[in-house]
Design a protein around this ligand. Structure first.
Ligand SMILES: CC(C)(COP(=O)(O)OP(=O)(O)OC[C@H]1O[C@@H](n2cnc3c(N)ncnc32)[C@H](O)[C@@H]1OP(=O)(O)O)[C@@H](O)C(=O)NCCC(=O)NCCS
Length: 321
């Protein structure tokens, strides 16, 4: 399994090996024809230790070191940094390690270091790297004779493609997202629709809904208000008598996303306090109040979240006091 550790002094010899590997470094560093030495890399590490604007990681496959990556020029005022990655072991390039590693680094930069923009320069002939960065949402914003300049903006990450039942691809590791899903109610009431919200805060996913079943795991939320009682992107049980098995597929009704001041964040804050504010959290009836009454209550409070529950969302019109 691919994993990452902060760069250590003992990695200096690996840096020498990888930076001198022409197959890896030819399009990645300046002057690749000039061999680096242990002394130069020791010196680099001394400067690295003293430089708070750098944060580097060694990439491992289980215990085998295979490459390194890092952030440089971390500027906490401008909230920017530049990125670099080099997979030094030949047999590990082109196998998806770049995507996994860069995702880790981007998460670190945006979630932990709270940066807002990442930049890089890439050789115009470095097709693999350009593909990798484009896939992660980096955009070309400039060029010189030899290189493209690319940036990744915290709030402008392009939407990865999503196929039905692969809603995970929509989840972003930065910013806020609220999804509304529905599925049929358990048989024999499966002509009716059951809704739930999935909230994503910087990649952290939670699921909120009102269910007929009592909440035994977290009763303090309310007898029928549930938090994470099922996986986020699965419907409820087809058969109520067999809990957590044979789940309906989920249908995405709509979603909204944004940054710190966004409607998405406000909706998440609202949903997270619904165990305090939703007055029917301890009641459930098929005609309402029920799961649809709860979802409609949230939507009513955010008319700008312009999505509508379906015609068969019985309980959505239950009169809310
Ligand atoms: C650039 C680098 C980090 C990419 O990592 P990787 O693990 O090889 O890339 P991945 O396997 O994650 O592939 C990412 C995407 O790029 C594509 N890709 C990777 N290498 C490619 C190549 N040589 N030619 C064409 N496409 C390539 C993959 O097909 C994949 O796209 P897809 O999902 O649409 O198929 C790695 O090849 C490397 O370390 N290269 C040498 C150092 C370097 O150039 N660093 C960049 C400095 S700016």
């Amino acid at each position: 399994m691919i994993n990452f550790k902060p760069h250590e002094r003992k990695d200096v010899s690996l840096r020498v090996k990888w930076l001198n590997n022409k197959k890896a470094a030819a399009l990645a560093i300046e002057n690749p024809e000039k061999e680096t030495t242990a002394a130069e890399q020791e010196d680099w590490f001394n400067r690295y230790e003293a430089d708070h604007g750098k944060n580097f990681f060694t990439i491992f496959d289980d215990k085998k070191p295979i490459g390194f990556m890092g952030l440089s020029g971390i500027n906490s005022d401008k909230k920017t940094a530049s990125v670099f990655i080099l997979i030094g072991e030949d047999e590990y390039r082109g196998r998806g390690v770049g995507v996994v590693s860069m995702n880790y680094l981007i998460k670190k930069a945006f979630n932990e270091l709270r940066l807002k923009k990442l930049t890089l320069e890439v050789d115009k002939l470095n097709v693999g790297a350009i593909k990798l960065y484009s896939k992660l949402g980096f955009k070309i914003i400039g060029e010189n004779e030899r290189e493209f300049k690319m940036t990744l903006d915290f709030f402008k990450i392009s939407m990865p493609s999503v196929s039905k039942n692969n809603f995970k691809n929509l989840v972003k590791y930065n910013g806020y997202q609220v999804f509304l899903f529905t599925c049929p109610v358990s048989i024999p009431l499966n002509f009716a629709s059951h809704p739930w919200f999935v909230c994503v805060k910087n990649g952290e996913i939670s699921r909120w809904e009102v269910r007929f079943e009592k909440n035994k795991i977290n009763p303090s939320l309310g007898k029928h208000l549930h938090f994470n009682s099922l996986p986020p992107f699965s419907g409820i049980e087809m058969l109520q008598i067999i809990p957590k098995k044979f789940l309906w597929p989920a249908n995405l009704v709509g979603y909204i996303e944004g940054g710190e001041d966004s409607l998405a964040k406000k909706i998440i804050d609202f949903i997270e306090t619904s165990s305090r504010d939703y007055i029917y959290r301890n009641q459930y009836s098929f005609i309402g109040p029920n799961s649809n009454t709860y979802a409609q209550w949230v939507l009513n409070n955010f008319p700008d979240f312009k999505i509508k529950l379906l015609w068969n969302s019985f309980g959505k019109n239950f009169k809310l006091n």
